[in-house]
Design a protein around this ligand. Structure first.
Ligand SMILES: [Zn+2]
Length: 84
C-alpha cells in the first residue's frame, strides 16, 4: 500500500486525463490502471470513481466531493482515500 501511494505521488504532476489541467486526484482501478483528474472532473465523476476505484489519492488541500461521502459507502465500494 505504501509503495502504491509513492508511485502515484511521483506522478502527481500528470495532467487530467480528460482536459489536461493539473491533476488533483489520482485513482487506481482494479485492473491496476491509473487515472488522473483535475478538480472539476474529479468532482464530476465522484460516483464513478467511488464505484470503480481500488484506491484514490488526493492532492493535499484538494477537497474532493467524494471524501464527504459516508465512509460505509466508500468501504462497500472498496475505495479508500489517501493523502498524497
Ligand atoms: Zn479535467
Amino acid at each position: 500500500m505504501v509503495s502504491a501511494a509513492s508511485s502515484v505521488a511521483a506522478g502527481s504532476t500528470e495532467p487530467c486525463d480528460r482536459c489536461g489541467a493539473a491533476a488533483k486526484l489520482a485513482l487506481v482501478l482494479a485492473s491496476g490502471r491509473q487515472l488522473t483528474f483535475c478538480g472539476h472532473h474529479a468532482n464530476g465523476y465522484t460516483e464513478t470513481i467511488l464505484a470503480t476505484a481500488e484506491s484514490v489519492f488526493l492532492e493535499p488541500g484538494f477537497e474532493w466531493r467524494g471524501a464527504q461521502v459516508e465512509s460505509d459507502y466508500i468501504g462497500a465500494h472498496r475505495a479508500d482515500a489517501y493523502a498524497w
